[in-house]
Design a protein around this ligand. Sequence first.
Ligand code: NAP
Length: 381
Amino acid sequence: VEVEIGSPLSIEQAFRLALEEARKGFGGVSPNPPVGCVILDAKNRLLAKGHHQKFGGPHAEVEAFNRVEDKSLLHGAKFIVTLEPCSHFGKTPPCADLLSSLPLAEVHYGLKDPNPLVSGKGLEKIKGAGIGVFSAPPSLQGELEEVAEIFLHFQRQKKCFVGLKVASSLDGRMGLSNGESQWITNAVSREQGHLLRAYYGAVLTSATSVIKDDARLNVRVPPFESKKIPVFLLDRAAKSAEFLKTAKLMKVRSPHDVFIFTGKDNENKWASVLPEGQVLSAPLKEGNLDLAWILREISARGYVSVMVEAGPRLSSAFLSQGLFDRLELFLGNKILGDSPEGSWSKGLRLLKLDQALSLEALRIRTLGGDLWLSGRKPESF
Ligand SMILES: NC(=O)c1ccc[n+]([C@@H]2O[C@H](COP(=O)([O-])OP(=O)(O)OC[C@H]3O[C@@H](n4cnc5c(N)ncnc54)[C@H](OP(=O)(O)O)[C@@H]3O)[C@@H](O)[C@H]2O)c1
């Protein structure tokens, strides 16, 4: 429901609205975090809201501030922002400077900046200007962390955030034995899958899946149609080298956005399709490409997140090795029965029920009769 300008809001309600604003930045702001801001007047009525829309563009505080038509209403006003206002010159001037220059009563912030070099500095500056500074209610911490999870994960662990996307039947199957797999989920689910490609910003898949499906692996829903989605292709034995010459995924992106991880001595196999440096030889682990090594390499190249979109064998390898941070599971309303291919979890072997993997902060939504479950992998797995 759209909250009208002038509506009275509690601080908690203002934070919830700021979180909604922040989510509007998904897919556009990376590697920055999505951030939302709400401004209340001296009587706690909504004055303006805004969000960080685009990497390099104005921050949420500036977006909201620019929407306040009558700036005299900022006397005694409150800023509610999901992340500590920045204190450094990046692509834009520090938001803490802007806030300190205004006749505000209070600034309420969600998360502290995880970068220890700037953490707390923005808040100190604002306090120094005589403005009250308050942290968000503890009940909102989980949601605040979730909105910025990709950014926080990369800042804290220097590792890309991995989404494991699976589209399966109700009984966990990703296709039939004859290879038929399109489509198990409905059009609404697939549209959401495209949005997730935009949010994660990069796709990792297998040569097997690329050759079988010839998928474009781009985003074909607004507003992200022109977003570049790099593809990381795992191909130990170089079986995609010939196929890539005519593959659809090559037609919708620059060859500079296609990376191959392959086995030793295969590096030259793609010389006619990909520029130098795009084919990387990865070590093997138990005969397969070393997935942890590959994720470290992707992180080292500065990619903050990636979504794994593969068939049952590779998906279950990421699952059973615990190499994912969030599971994005789309369940189509279909039961496909048993088959030699098995389910997307087939590589996972448990001896006791209490070892079962339960997702954290699980969200369940229906999409035109399908189910979309999204949850975090617990740290302990
Ligand atoms: N429903 C969905 O969400 C979805 C998404 C994508 C694809 N699909 C379907 O999945 C089907 C393909 O499934 P698939 O099981 O044949 O292929 P896959 O799971 O996409 O990939 C299998 C390949 O991954 C590599 N691999 C397997 N285990 C590994 C491990 N432990 N470590 C590293 N690499 C490993 C192997 O490549 P090397 O032999 O090169 O080592 C193997 O050939 C297609 O028909 C496609 O339609 C479904």
